[in-house]
Design a protein around this ligand. Structure first.
Ligand SMILES: Nc1ncnc2c1ncn2[C@@H]1O[C@H](COP(=O)(O)OP(=O)(O)O)[C@@H](O)[C@H]1O
Ligand SMILES: O=C(CO)[C@@H](O)[C@H](O)COP(=O)(O)O
Length: 501
């Protein structure tokens, strides 16, 4: 009996699941924490070596007999990170991450060079938003000239782990679309976007070749041996964590919607054609399953509940009691949760705002509820753009660490007025990576099945965690959400994008 594995390098931890496709059981899992290096200028960085070390820790935590049976591995990773690598394959500096807003002026600079955000959308399907990989290049040229001078290849976080595992530099369409350089309609690098980012060198030379989602490469014998894996393990193309979570939650067919409550909050729908918004209301990404994945991402999701819980000295695991002790709307307290700047809405210089304070709601439980509501309303704000464009969904598949909270699951059902399913495999991104690895293995063996068929066969929901909207609470959340939107409009001018340099 052979096993497939999925590895997910998230913002807060690296997670590993090992899956037995015959018995449809996750037979082992492990995780290892990661630190974030934060700067007052909005910078958020990690050392790629920490991902590699955490990957070793995860495999090391798994029984040797299980590791020996692994035949394929897929890698998922936080999107948009900029890993600068030299010609010899050495990492030249820390990776600037998806949540790094220190390069927002460079975003404006790139967009101006092509003629504005609208022109970027015509060229590539997306504007260059804070956090996307593109703006990290001019920032590096300006602030880390020694890195820029030796830069040979730009890799995304999951591309870098694939490189460590296989010795090959490659990337696939899903994660590549989060660079800002990929024309998502044609799935080719956009020369105009690359030239606008750097007119002093040809960035095409720094980007690895794009591969199809069913591609796979052999793992290097030395790393297989160090991880305790057998020789001949195949490494699939992998993808961005949202693309992999789409696979792991069955969001691989039209009409499916997944929401992830992680460090970031995301909301994404599968499409079998590019879904581009002329105003850039959502990220028009490709999927890592052969299609497209229009996506909403908020930069502040569990990071907000986590910070509030920390401030009051409790764990988010004990947060549900605070939600139960308060009513929808938090008695008039509104929390605009933009602690780290924000992408949806586009407020890269955003900060958190607590409004509507009175003696009656200046309590720990109210602030925690307002934080969870604020993070949920931000996602609803993005969802409204999907619905405004005619997309319709009859269920939400909820995943990410926040989905462990029963109160949050119910809040999503009520705020979105939509039933919520929770997948049985909670680590959706790692699980999706394992399913992609399984599929690419089957393809290599001549099986013509689709990834959608693989997902349909292996993704299950946990019926005990499903939630349906409660009509009374649905009504109670509506004015609170409207109040959130009014406060948002009030702070917009304070936190808008900076002018280009
Ligand atoms: N029961 C819970 N209630 C609320 N939040 C939770 C709960 N369990 C985990 N979390 C949150 O989930 C987050 C981690 O989610 P995860 O999806 O693993 O993030 P990432 O992929 O960004 O590293 C943590 O910030 C943690 O606070
Ligand atoms: O920037 C995005 C999506 O566009 C984020 O969703 C990152 O991919 C980080 O994911 P998590 O670490 O929060 O899972």
């Amino acid at each position: 009996m052979s096993l497939v594995a999925g590895l997910d390098a998230g913002t807060q931890s690296v997670k590993l699941v090992v899956y037995d496709a015959d018995t449809r059981q996750v037979v082992a899992s492990a995780s290892a924490p990661l630190d974030l290096i934060s700067g007052d200028d909005g910078s958020r960085e990690q050392h790629p070596a920490a991902w590699v070390e955490a990957m070793h820790d995860c495999f090391g935590a798994i029984d040797v007999s299980v590791r020996h049976r692994i035949v394929a591995l897929g890698v998922s990773g936080q999107q948009h990170g900029f890993v600068p690598v030299d010609a010899a394959g050495e990492v030249l500096g820390p990776a600037k991450l998806w949540c790094d807003t220190s390069t927002s002026a460079e975003c404006g600079e790139i967009m101006d060079a092509v003629g504005g955000a609208g022109r970027c959308i015509e060229l590539a399907g997306n504007p260059v938003l804070a956090g996307y990989t593109a703006s990290k290049l001019p920032w590096t040229r300006r602030h880390r000239p020694e890195v820029y001078a030796r830069l040979a290849t730009i890799l995304l976080p999951h591309d870098y782990l694939n490189f460590v595992l296989t010795g090959e530099r490659f990337c696939e369409y899903g994660d590549a679309s989060g660079t800002g350089w990929l024309d998502v309609r044609t799935r080719q690098w956009s020369s105009a976007m690359l030239d606008a980012t750097d007119d002093t060198r040809d960035l095409r030379d720094c980007l690895p070749p794009l591969v199809e989602p069913d591609a796979s490469f052999p793992m290097l014998p030395a790393i297989a041996s160090a991880l305790g894996l057998p020789a001949g393990v195949r490494v699939s193309a992998g993808g961005g964590d949202n693309m992999m979570a789409a696979i792991g939650t069955g969001c691989v067919a039209e009409g499916r919607l997944t929401m992830s409550l992680g460090t970031s909050g995301t909301l994404f729908a599968y499409a079998d054609r590019p879904i581009v918004d002329d105003d850039g209301a959502w990220a028009a990404f490709c999927s890592s399953s052969g299609g497209w994945l229009p996506l909403i991402c908020t930069m502040n999701c569990t990071v907000v509940t986590e910070q509030v819980a920390k401030m009051f000295g409790f764990s988010t695991r004990d947060g549900d009691a605070r939600i139960a002790a308060t009513a929808p709307g938090a008695d008039g307290l509104t929390f605009l949760p933009f602690l780290n700047g924000e992408r949806t809405p586009d407020l890269p210089l955003g900060k958190g705002v607590l409004a509507g304070l009175g003696a009656h709601n200046m309590r720990e439980a109210h602030v925690y509820r307002a934080a969870m509501e604020g993070a949920t309303y931000s996602l609803r704000y993005g969802y409204d753009a999907f619905v405004g464009a005619g997309m319709r969904f009859d269920r939400i598949a909820l995943t990410g660490g926040g989905a462990n909270s029963a109160a949050w699951r119910q809040m999503v059902a009520d705020v979105f007025d939509c039933p919520v399913d929770v997948p049985a495999q909670v680590e959706s991104a790692a699980f999706g990576a394992a399913l992609q690895a399984l599929w690419s293995l089957q393809r290599a063996q001549g099986d013509a099945g689709t990834l959608a068929e693989v997902a349909a066969a292996h993704v299950a929901v946990d019926p005990s965690l499903a939630c349906t909207p409660d009509p009374e609470r649905v009504r109670a959340y509506q004015p609170a959400y409207q109040r959130f939107l009014r406060h948002l409009d009030a702070v917009r001018p304070l936190y808008a994008a900076p002018p280009p340099l």
